[in-house]
Design a protein around this ligand. Structure first.
Ligand SMILES: C[C@@]1(CC(=O)O)C2=NC(=C\c3[nH]c(c(CCC(=O)O)c3CC(=O)O)Cc3[nH]c(c(CC(=O)O)c3CCC(=O)O)/C=C3\N/C(=C\2)[C@@H](CCC(=O)O)[C@]3(C)CC(=O)O)/[C@H]1CCC(=O)O
Ligand SMILES: NC(=O)c1ccc[n+]([C@@H]2O[C@H](COP(=O)([O-])OP(=O)(O)OC[C@H]3O[C@@H](n4cnc5c(N)ncnc54)[C@H](O)[C@@H]3O)[C@@H](O)[C@H]2O)c1
Length: 191
C-alpha cells in the first residue's frame, strides 16, 4: 500500500514524457499546485494549447538526457517499453517516478483530489479503480464547496491569534479546538 505524503515541489525539476491526454492531465495537476513542468513529445493533443504558455515544451522523442536533471518524472507515453525504460532508469537513479501504465514500477502515483484554498483532500484506491476515485472526488466537491477556501484561511488566522495571545497550552488547545464550531461570521470577529 502506498504511503500518503504532501510534497513541496517548488524547487524540483519536473518532466513529463508524452503528449497525450494522460500527459495533459498530469501536467495540469502540477500547474494546479503552481508548478511549471517540462513536457517532451513529438506530438501533442490539442488540449496542450490551453497551457502552452505555462509549460516548457520539447518537441522530441524520449531521451535520457531530458530527465537526467529532473527529480520528478512522469512516464506517460503510449509505448509500454519506453515507459518501462524510464521507470527503471528513475528507480535506479533515485528519482520520483510515476509510470502511468505500471503501478509497480511507480514509486508514486497521482491521487484524485479536491482543493479548496489550503484544504487538500486526496483520494486513492491503490490503483484498483481510478474511476471510483473520480466519483468520490465529485461527492466530496459537493460537501466541501468553494466556501471552504475562505473558511480554512480564517481558521488559520484565528488559530495564529490564539497561539500568540495564550501562553497556557491547555487553554490554547481548548480555544483552538472550539474554532471549528464557529461560523465564518463568528470567525471573522475573532480575528
Ligand atoms: C485519480 C486519477 C488522477 C490523475 O491521473 O490525475 C488517476 N487516474 C484518473 C482517471 C482514470 N484513469 C484511468 C481511467 C479509465 C477508467 C478506468 O480504468 O478506471 C480513468 C477515469 C477517467 O478518465 O475519468 C485509467 C487508468 N489509470 C491507471 C491505469 C494503469 C493501471 O491501472 O496500471 C489505467 C488503465 C489504462 C488502460 O486502459 O490500460 C493508473 C493510475 N491512475 C491513477 C490516477 C493512479 C491510481 C489512483 C487511484 O488509486 O485511484 C494510477 C495507478 C497511476 C497514476 O496515474 O498516477 C484520475 C482521476 C482524475 C480525477 O480526479 O478526476
Ligand atoms: N494513469 C492513468 O490515469 C491512465 C489513464 C488512461 C490510460 N493510461 C495509460 O497511459 C497511456 C497513455 O495514454 P494517452 O491517452 O495519453 O495516450 P495517447 O495515445 O493520447 O498519447 C500518447 C503520447 O505519447 C507520445 N509518445 C509516444 N512515444 C513517445 C516517445 N518515445 N517519446 C515521447 N513521447 C512519446 C505520443 O506522441 C503521444 O503524445 C496509455 O497507453 C495507457 O496505458 C493511463
Amino acid at each position: 500500500m502506498l504511503y500518503p505524503i504532501n510534497l513541496n515541489i517548488e524547487n524540483m525539476k519536473i518532466t513529463i514524457i508524452g503528449g497525450g491526454k494522460v500527459a495533459y492531465r498530469k501536467a495540469t495537476n502540477f500547474l494546479d499546485f503552481g508548478k511549471k513542468v517540462t513536457v517532451v513529445s513529438k506530438e501533442f493533443v490539442d488540449e496542450f494549447k490551453m497551457i502552452e504558455n505555462e509549460i516548457e515544451i520539447i518537441y522530441d522523442e524520449y531521451d535520457k538526457k531530458y530527465i537526467k536533471d529532473s527529480f520528478v518524472v512522469v512516464a506517460a507515453t503510449n509505448n509500454k517499453d519506453i515507459n518501462h525504460k524510464i521507470g527503471v532508469y528513475c528507480n535506479q537513479n533515485g528519482k520520483l517516478v510515476n509510470v502511468v501504465d505500471d503501478k509497480k514500477l511507480s514509486n508514486f502515483t497521482v491521487p484524485s483530489y479536491v482543493k479548496r484554498g489550503e484544504l487538500l483532500i486526496s483520494i486513492s484506491t491503490g490503483g484498483n479503480s481510478p474511476s471510483l476515485s473520480a466519483k468520490i472526488k465529485r461527492e466530496l466537491e459537493e460537501t466541501y464547496d468553494e466556501s471552504y477556501g475562505e473558511y480554512i484561511e480564517l481558521l488559520g488566522l484565528a488559530r495564529k491569534k490564539i497561539i500568540e495571545e495564550n501562553k497556557d497550552i491547555k487553554e490554547r488547545r481548548k480555544k483552538i479546538k472550539a474554532l471549528i464550531d464557529l461560523s465564518v461570521e463568528e470567525l471573522k470577529e475573532k480575528i
